[in-house]
Write a protein that binds this ligand. Structure first.
Ligand SMILES: *Cc1c(COP(=O)(O)O)cnc(C)c1O
Length: 226
């Protein structure tokens, strides 16, 4: 048994069944995706459109693909045929573009709204005010081919576990508030994508329904060849 299979078995022992695992395969080859698939993983995440499309069209297993990274409007068209969930919707402009291209494909695209919860300036996403502006914007009614299924967020990159926990708590509270205010009777709005290799156990304790785990499964990433 290779190390990817072992890692997946280990992960499946820790992660409760109500939490969806997204295996983040960025920088790793299609063969790694196939090994994880054979060990029981069904959903893979990529943060670059080109890499997602190239793997989605080359792997020899019927994997599902999630876009987890920042998405530029000019890449939406090539992404949509291959993606089953976009975690990283962070503007009305992007939402409109996804809606437009989805309409052409006669598809409805499930999406999460990315929220900026970390201290770092570098992370994408709506801040809380922008999120409410988006949700209250009447233009949103025209987004008939985009289905908002929940929220996504990334904690600060820090060793301070309490800070990470507090950020996840804040996101969970925001999720509950938004669910109550905007999606009360909407059965689709139910996903809270939070937690990566270094913090998924805290994220699950704080209410995550979907974790995005890369290095735990595939080992360290080597960016040298990219
Ligand atoms: C790379 C990445 C992950 C996974 O990171 P690991 O630390 O390898 O688990 C999760 N989410 C996003 C948005 C990423 O870009």
């Amino acid at each position: 048994m290779n190390h990817i299979e072992q890692n997946v078995k280990e992960l499946l022992k820790i992660v409760p069944p109500h939490v969806t695992i997204v295996a983040v395969s960025k920088t790793h080859p299609s063969s790694a995706v196939e090994a994880a698939y054979h060990a029981g993983i069904r959903i893979f995440g990529e943060n670059k459109v080109q890499e997602l499309v190239s793997k989605a069209t080359s792997v020899n297993v019927p994997a599902e693909w999630h876009m987890i990274g920042h998405l530029q409007t000019n890449k939406v068209k090539i992404l949509l045929p291959h993606v089953s969930l976009i975690h990283s919707v962070d503007s009305l402009k992007l939402a409109k573009e996804i809606n437009k291209e989805a309409q052409k494909l006669n598809k409805t695209i499930p999406c999460l709204l990315q929220v900026h919860i970390a201290q770092e300036e570098t992370k994408f996403g709506f801040d809380e005010n922008e999120l409410f502006d988006f949700l209250e914007n009447p233009d949103r009614n025209a987004l008939t081919h985009l289905r908002i299924c929940g929220l996504m967020g990334m904690a600060t990159f820090t060793d301070n576990k309490q800070q990470i926990r507090n950020e996840f708590k804040r996101l969970k509270n925001l999720f509950d508030t938004i669910k109550r205010s905007f999606f009360q009777n909407d059965t689709y709005f139910k996903e809270l994508s939070m937690g990566m290799t270094s913090d998924f156990e805290i994220a699950i304790e704080e209410g995550s329904t979907m974790i995005r785990v890369g290095s735990f499964i595939f080992g360290q990433r080597n960016y040298v060849n990219k």
